[in-house]
Design a binder for this molecule. Structure first.
Ligand SMILES: [Zn+2]
Length: 267
């Protein structure tokens, strides 16, 4: 039985490799279509959850930013039904789910105080989507024995609340469900790079990503603790330095976008 499982795992690995936009190979056991369906289901559940109230005016603000960023993505990502929502949650946090669903907590707007800073956060989250990081995390969990049945149970709507929580956490929707799986440093670096490039191409100032993280570092919650975002996005000092180092290279791309008439005016 063990040998059969080992062979099965090996075959799955062979058949489930993908590469990121930068060419790093990944294990992806869940097809995009299924991942997108899971993202959609999680988003739907969040919108229906009566513990969360949606804030239409702030949703329109986030949607405006998403609409400016998405045309700069590769065609396979551009054509997803992108949708942004804002939730009345004080914790500064944001997420983007496979399938093109973006959420921000209104508390994020205390930290991301300009459209360019908000574009830095949303660009970063969209970076996680185009690098298929959620799929990679779920695949890693499956390999770690968290259970293939999880995905099937969820897809069949026979999942326990605990299973749903685990899936939502893997998808990055954790702040709302109280569980958060930290992204690896590699995932964070990839999302930072992708997000900052994306914002520059859309006409948002790439230097705002640096300001945003400085604000994030200085922020505290109502009990004086650093925001939860920092615990899932490790080593803020190092990432501020890395984002700062990219600004010189991205500024011409930003200026080119502005000259081409890409001047987002979201508020
Ligand atoms: Zn991240």
């Amino acid at each position: 039985m063990r040998a059969v499982l080992a062979i099965l795992a090996f075959v799955l690995l062979l058949s489930a490799c993908a590469t990121t936009p930068e060419g790093r190979s990944q294990v992806q056991l869940v097809p995009d279509t299924q991942l997108n369906a899971m993202g959609l289901a999680a988003f739907q559940q969040m919108k229906e959850d009566d513990k969360l109230s949606v804030v239409p005016a702030k949703a329109a603000y986030a949607q405006c930013i998403v609409d400016a960023l998405v045309p700069e993505l590769d065609p396979q990502w551009r054509t997803l039904p992108w949708e942004a929502q804002a939730f009345a949650v004080a914790t500064p946090n944001a997420f983007a789910l496979p399938g093109g669903k973006v959420g921000i907590n209104t508390g994020l707007l205390r930290v991301a105080t300009t459209q360019d800073q908000l574009a830095a956060v949303i660009g970063h989250e969209i970076g996680h989507v185009v690098y298929r990081h959620a799929g990679e995390r779920i695949s890693q969990q499956q390999l770690a024995g968290a259970g293939m049945g999880l995905i099937e149970a969820y897809a069949g709507r026979r999942a326990s609340p605990q299973q749903v929580q685990l899936v939502m956490a893997a998808l990055g929707a954790g702040a709302q469900v109280g569980v958060l799986l930290p992204y690896s440093r590699q995932h964070e670096t990839e999302a930072d790079r992708a997000g900052q490039r994306l914002m520059a191409r859309a006409g948002f100032d790439p230097a705002a990503a640096v300001t945003l993280w400085r604000n994030m570092l200085a922020a505290t919650d109502s009990e004086g603790r650093p925001p939860q975002f920092l615990s899932t996005h490790p080593d803020p000092e190092a990432r501020i330095r890395a984002l700062e180092a990219n600004v010189a290279e991205l500024t011409p791309i930003y200026q080119q976008a502005r000259n081409a008439g890409k001047r987002p005016a979201c508020r």
